[in-house]
Design a protein around this ligand. Sequence first.
Ligand code: FNR
Length: 371
Amino acid sequence: SLGQNYNIKGKMSSEPVNVNDFKELARLKLPKMYYDFYAGGAEDEHTLRENIQAFCRIMIRPRVLVDVSQIDMSTTILGHRISAPILVAPTAGHKLAFHEGELATARAAAAAKTIMILSYSSTCSIEEVASSCNAVRFFQLYIFKRRDISALLVQRAERFGYKAIVLTADTPRLGRREADIKNKMIAPPMKNLEGLMSIDVNSDQGSKLETYANETLDASLSWEDIMWLRSTTSLPILIKGILTHEDATKAVEGGVDGIIVSNHGARQLDFAPATISVLEEVVHAVKGKIPVLLDGGVRRGTDVFKALALGAQAVLIGRPVLFGLAAKGEGGVRTVLEMLKNELEISMALSGCPCIKDITRSHVRTQHDKL
Ligand code: FNR
């Protein structure tokens, strides 16, 4: 019957059919403090809303009468073949969502034949994740005031088979996430730093999370330090957090191997632009010399399609993975990845693009395009 999908309180009881359903399931399941930590953004959350809304202002220009009986979503990132251009973004604290934490996420990424980027602030260690899954893994890094600790993490990642270092560059300090401040959210346990750092997080200044980050991260980091990072590893280095052509050019000149256009899921600077709105600017500056990826607000297969049309090689998803994990553990993450892949597949079929390389700039219309 019609009422079947809702229980007596009007709560959703049907199976989720899209990423937003998973968000609602996660909200119903998680303690408010954790849900807010995952879902929230900086200050008034303008950028958080804009990350989603900017996708809505881009229209797709479908072509018809193209043979789309076979759709191939597979692609290659830094030489690694993946089943679709949708990667798992680095996010902190997966054990807050599900007891197996990042191990469950990594297995789901492996099942989806995609790349998982492990956050340095994971609740399972670099080594644990490496031994529990055969997904291609990248490792996300911050540079600490204690450089030796950053270098040690890079060495551990390299030794345990991670294939690239993702340096997050948008966090000289932690953005003001006011929900976390109100909830007195504390930093999730950081397995990789066990025994390496002892920081006093008992402060009344802002959220404890903020205190922790601000005491450990090196706010003096600059472009020269990329050379230092390069000297610590032979792995490719991607810079995450670029939003302008100026910085994209510096990244190329600095010899990095890839760029991730990101505003940290709108958790750092409120009023940073929506990532999809600056993607083309970055792509033009990079001139095809290195891959450009994007994250922030990707919730539909059509979002992936739009990002590829505007020049991204792939996208990353952050919150959808956390919501899947909170709602249904490893299976939830698998389903989220499958849903987005299925949606991308149908977007490609309905737009006349049988392969990833068939998705071109002329398949989308932005507000800046002439009609
Ligand atoms: C993040 N993000 C993040 N980025 C990073 O480089 N290191 C980290 O430890 C974290 N931690 C983290 C925690 C949580 C709860 C969220 C939601 C995000 C940012 C993440 O990598 C990515 O940029 C965004 O999540 C992408 O936006 P969407 O997909 O969440 O909209």
